[in-house]
Design a protein around this ligand. Structure first.
Ligand code: HEM
Length: 169
């Protein structure tokens, strides 16, 4: 609170998106999804792979495309870290002459190695996973205590039942 919160916000306040949806539609043709819920709607594996699947596509307005979301409107915002990749497609005769993805080739190196970039993406995805459900850890801890209470209560209920029924044959 001392170092990051200067305008009287509270820790439970929501973040305000600085990009207005109508501006986003004007610029990109579509508004970006709410990233605070994206891990719950798409899953962490999807976002991890999405952020690693951008490749150079000169015909696209953003200069990139994505293997997971073809014709995506999202620019590769992490290109300085990752560099620029080219996607290699090959015609596969066994699949009726379809183009099949064969891998990425780096065209321009980024500031990070491939492994370092994967770690950055992993951190981003973990963060998105956390903010998708921030009380998950607290809920887990509470669950253990509830189960412990129920177990103790089971013993008490059993002893009580023995006591009440002991004269009934
Ligand atoms: C590290 C930051 C970011 C992350 C983790 C992220 C992640 C994502 C994800 C997971 C999607 C959904 C893809 C899908 O629906 O399958 C998405 C869509 C999109 N993002 Fe981002 N994004 C980031 C930054 C940005 C920025 C800075 C912009 C704009 C300058 C942007 C523009 C968009 C747009 C326009 C879409 C919609 C794409 C479409 O449906 O074609 N994103 N983003």
């Amino acid at each position: 609170m001392q170092n990051l919160m200067f305008t009287g916000e509270q820790p439970f306040d929501t973040m305000t998106n600085t990009m207005r949806p109508e501006d986003a539609v004007r610029w990109f043709g579509i508004a970006p999804p709410d990233l605070s819920l994206i891990s719950r709607s798409r899953g962490t594996d999807y976002i991890y792979t999405f952020l690693r699947s951008f490749y150079e596509e000169p015909s696209s307005p953003t200069g990139v495309d994505n293997l997971l979301l073809p014709n995506t409107a999202m620019p590769q915002v992490l290109w300085e870290l990752q560099g620029v990749n080219r996607a290699v497609f090959e015609v596969d005769e066994a699949h009726g002459g379809q183009e099949v993805f064969r891998g990425f080739e780096q065209v321009i190196p980024g500031e990070l190695t491939a492994q370092q970039y994967d770690r950055v993406v992993r951190d981003i995805v973990n963060f998105l996973d956390y903010i998708g459900d921030p009380t998950q850890l607290a809920r887990g801890a509470l669950g253990v205590r509830v189960i412990a209470f129920l177990l103790v209560f089971l013993v008490i209920a059993y002893l009580l039942k023995q006591q009440i029924w002991k004269d009934v044959r």
